[in-house]
Structures are given as structure tokens and as C-alpha cells.
Design a protein around this ligand. Structure first.
Ligand code: DX5
Ligand code: ZN
Length: 226
């Protein structure tokens, strides 16, 4: 069995964009492992967020690897600009891409790590043939489009089944979970095989500071291995 390092990936979706630099620095100082950037086009998902300009700005602000989650149609048309903007990992959706293997290869050729994401209703088998070619599989645990949604409970079993599939087809592959994860359920997703944990509203919220929230999440993670 390959041991997969646990990584916390704060998503800036619910951050205060008027203080983006401060918020990103707080995440880095608070011990984040990656910075998760949610790109939405208003077509693949109902919401519109930002494009390569914000990725490029984030790249100037932080040393953290940038985990760029593309929730856009025809992602293959935009991969180069996100690579140039400083993405470390580019994740594209299986539902958004007809020629997925070609798009994955494009990301590799651009010198980035590559991830493939699946929506909650998309079966794990949809990534079986692409699994050997990727660095990361992302299981959406909410319907993509917005921060602060409730975790879909059946996704814990999906994570477990996805990890099993990856153990067979690409054992070193990371398994990322995205949506509705916080201190109360992070143990559960880790136990079920996720190792890269996206945390949006659990980190960037009005209740506590970014640093306090990250400490609470890390404490909850270590409790899981006790
Ligand atoms: C949802 C995005 C997520 C989201 C996570 O479409 O892909 O990355 O920002 O936010 P929380 O953790 O609040 O569900
Ligand atoms: Zn995301």
C-alpha cells in the first residue's frame, strides 16, 4: 500500500477578494499545503468566478503550489494560459471534455501536474481508462458552482471505491475531495481514502481567522490517525 501525504488545499472562493493578498498569505502562514483556485465559466457551472489573471496574481503572492480547478467547458482551449499563469496542477472535468486523454496529455506537455475531476453523479468507472495518466483524481462532494454547500453523504463511499480503483490502476495517484468538508467531517473523508482536502468556507469565513481555522482542521486530521 502506498502512503499518501495528507494535504490541505484552501479554496479562495469564499475569501474576501478585497483583501486577497492578506488572505492568501494567512493561508500560507497557517500551514496550507496547496492553494485551490476555482475557475468557473457560467456555462459548465452556473457561476462565474475568475480566470488566469487571478491565478497569475496568486502566483506572485504565494510560494504555495497552485491547484487550479477548471469548471469550464472545452478546457483544452485554455490550458496554456493557466500554465503560463503559474498553475502547478491543472484539473479538468471528465464531463467537460470529449477528448479527455488528449487534454490530459496537453497539460503534461505544458509541464504541469494533471488532475481529472468527477461530479457527484458521475460514476467512478468514467476515470478508469484515464487513471494511469494522471497525478490526481478529484471527487466532487457537492455539485460544483458555489462554496458553502453541504457535503453529499454518499460521497464517502464513492471516495472509498475510487481509492480502490486507483490502487489498482495508479497506486501513487492522489485522491482529492472538494466541497462541504470541515472540521466535523475531515476525519471521515481521510478514513475513506481522500488525501488532498479542499477546504473553502471552513477556512475563509467570518467566524474565525484563517490561521485558527487551519489549526482546527489540522487537529481534526491528526485525530483521525489516533
Ligand atoms: C465548488 C468548488 C469548491 C468550493 C469548496 O464548486 O469547486 O472548491 O469552493 O468550498 P466549500 O469548502 O465551502 O464547500
Ligand atoms: Zn474546487
Amino acid at each position: 500500500m502506498v502512503a499518501h501525504a495528507t494535504k490541505l488545499a484552501p479554496s479562495i472562493l469564499t475569501a474576501d477578494f478585497g483583501r486577497l493578498q492578506e488572505q492568501i498569505q494567512a493561508a500560507e502562514e497557517g500551514g496550507a499545503d496547496l492553494l485551490h483556485l476555482d475557475v468557473m465559466d457560467g456555462r459548465f457551472v452556473p457561476n462565474i468566478t475568475f480566470g488566469p489573471l487571478v491565478v497569475e496574481a496568486a502566483n506572485r503572492i504565494t510560494q504555495l503550489p497552485l491547484d487550479v480547478h477548471l469548471m469550464i467547458e472545452e478546457p483544452e482551449r485554455h490550458l496554456d494560459v493557466f500554465a503560463q499563469a503559474g498553475a502547478s496542477i491543472i484539473t479538468i472535468h471528465v464531463e467537460a471534455c470529449v477528448h479527455l486523454h488528449r487534454a490530459v496529455q496537453q497539460v503534461v506537455d505544458l509541464g504541469c501536474q494533471v488532475g481529472v475531476a468527477v461530479n457527484p453523479s458521475t460514476p467512478i468507472e468514467s476515470v478508469r481508462e484515464i487513471a494511469p495518466f494522471v497525478d490526481q483524481i478529484l471527487v466532487m462532494s457537492v455539485n460544483p458552482g458555489f462554496g458553502g454547500q453541504r457535503f453529499i453523504q454518499t460521497m464517502t463511499s464513492k471516495l472509498r471505491r475510487m481509492r480502490k480503483l486507483l490502487d489498482e490502476y495508479n497506486p501513487t495517484c492522489d485522491l482529492e475531495v472538494d466541497g462541504g468538508v470541515g472540521a466535523s467531517n475531515i476525519r471521515e473523508v481521510l478514513r475513506n481514502g481522500a488525501n488532498v482536502i479542499v477546504v473553502g468556507s471552513a477556512v475563509f469565513n467570518a467566524d474565525k481567522s484563517v490561521g485558527e481555522n487551519l489549526t482546527a482542521l489540522r487537529d481534526a486530521c491528526s485525530a483521525s490517525s489516533a
